[in-house]
Ligand binder design. Structure first.
Ligand SMILES: [Mg+2]
Length: 281
């Protein structure tokens, strides 16, 4: 394994030592699932089921933490079946949707989700006007219940449209007390108060994790990376893995390991599972 941070090798060794108490948390899009033009037809990496199953046998818990609604990621990832297999090891798969607002576990099998805030419906009504004002009337609006996402991926000049939309949507979100989450050619607006960082802190307490690995690829993962660094500062062994994309460098600067997209994530997780297995055999 190649490390991109000064203490990466040391952190990895400590994480492997703590293996039985390890929480492995993963983003979905771009991490477990290759990025595609139409997010509605994304699918999990073909090896993910087997690799997550192998890893689950060695560590305390595995969590998927995504901006997508939990139901969507369960369906796209076949995570129900993955959860079944993981449950056979007496472990639990947790899926946190909408940045931790929604929760599903392989033990409870039900998506628990709060009510959408009225400010989201108000914003959705205002969107056609806002998109016209930003010169991107054709941007694709994805209603996600607790959030709404505006995608520019399918427009003629997606990057320019994104740059025009971001300030307009940021202002509209601020007026309504909502949070803005810019991603890859997508601006997501959602209720304030939850992000992947808070979600991660909660998972660590819940599972009394003795070490944490987080794998992400996008700006939405920055709060999780920062949460992991806070945990590291308290002495917890942690490892940050960036699923490499040419588009984002914010994560890369913080990562201990950089891998080449979902293929690289699979290889990393398989190696981690094997190292923990050998260390604790
Ligand atoms: Mg992602």
């Amino acid at each position: 394994m190649e490390f991109s941070s000064a203490d990466g090798a040391e952190q990895y060794a400590a994480v492997v030592r703590a293996g039985r108490r390890l929480l492995v948390a993963l983003d979905f899009d771009g991490t477990l699932s290759p990025i595609v033009d139409d997010p509605a037809v994304a699918h999990i990496h073909p090896d993910a089921g087997e690799v997550l199953d192998r890893l689950a046998a060695e560590v305390r818990s595995i969590a998927v933490v995504t901006g997508r609604p939990a139901r969507q990621v369960l369906a796209l990832g076949g995570l129900d079946e993955v959860g079944d297999a993981i449950a056979e090891h007496g472990r639990e798969l947790v899926v946190l949707g909408q940045y931790g607002n929604e929760r599903w576990t392989s033990a409870h099998r039900r998506v628990v989700s709060p009510k959408p805030p009225p400010a989201i419906s108000g914003l959705i009504l205002a969107l056609p006007h806002l998109l016209r004002r930003a010169g991107a009337p054709e941007a694709w609006i994805e209603e996600k219940g607790l959030a709404v996402a505006v995608h520019t991926r399918r427009l003629a000049d997606p990057a320019a449209a994104f740059e025009r939309l971001l300030p307009v949507l940021t202002e509209a979100a601020r007026e309504r007390g909502l949070s803005v989450e810019p991603g890859r050619l997508v601006v997501e607006i959602r209720a304030s108060g939850m992000d992947k960082g808070r979600a991660l802190h909660a998972l660590v307490s819940e599972f009394e994790a003795g070490a944490v690995v987080f794998v992400g690829d996008d700006l939405g993962d920055v709060p999780a990376f920062e949460a992991v660094l806070e945990l590291r500062a308290t002495g917890l062994p942690t490892l940050l893995v960036c699923s490499g994309s040419d588009e984002e460098s914010a994560l890369r600067a913080l990562a201990d390991v950089e891998v080449a997209g979902p293929d690289g994530v699979m290889a990393f997780l398989a190696e981690l599972a094997e190292d923990v297995r050998i260390r604790h055999a």
